[in-house]
Design a protein around this ligand. Sequence first.
Ligand code: ZN
Length: 304
Amino acid sequence: MRSQLTLVAALLAALLGMLTAPAAEAADPIRVLIVDGQNNHDWERTTPYIKRFLEETGRFNVYVVTTPPKGAKPAAWNGFRPQFEDYDVVLSNYNGETWPETVRNEFEAFVKRGGGVVNVHAANNPFPDWPAFNDMIGLAWRRADFGDRLVLDDDGKPVRFKAGEGSGAGHGPRYPYPVVVRDRKHPVLEGFPAEWMHPADELYHGQRGPALNMNIVATAYSDSSKRGTGYHEPMVWWIPFGEGKVFTTVLGHVGRNQKQDEWPMRCQGFQALVTRGCEWVATGEVTIPLPENMPTAEEVSLAP
Ligand code: ZN
């Protein structure tokens, strides 16, 4: 009798454990898959750097999948079959040749079903011939005739240029500039200063694309005296795609052999965008606190 009671107690305990499991799962790490392998930027050094600052928040487990190098034979791509469904977020640190059709289809399905995407810097450069990807990113590094262009004027009002009208994608020399938050209630940007000084970086302008369902959350003024456009260019935005969210920032240029002292990826504002962006596209909420030493309107602040 006693052993039967012990058994019942054990079963009850196990059942209780199963019942409380969902609460434990809520605190489980978010699974992020970084995709790299081709880029005209220093992906070999920036991927481990991004992985580290994501993991330092304690909120993520980060994995990396690397494509074959540029010019690889088609057979080499057979080994590139990321199982997107095993992750909550795909972070693209990729700017290169198009992926095999199967992989593109699986990526689209992943986002449509609610998967999150975060694109960093040149990740909005590739895949001009992939319509769904262009829909996801809205604005891309393309020629002027590729699609619309969307900027803000000095009053913060959107200004749309039709394909072929005005300049295509480009940037002037790298210089430090303030990034202006346009949606201070957005969970990722909540608590950010209204504007923050970003260290010397490329300031993308004239980006082109379908530019539909764009939610521009931060911009930077592209100074005409620095070969810019005189408009407030989108720096951070997000687009819903199916059930998923695609969060893009064009901040964070790191060229090959660029000294780490000069990496704009060290900007505390940039790192907060990427960590909180990953959490938000995965869960719809942000719990990762802002770093204590956020940059201000006057001063940049760099992570160690
Ligand atoms: Zn760049």
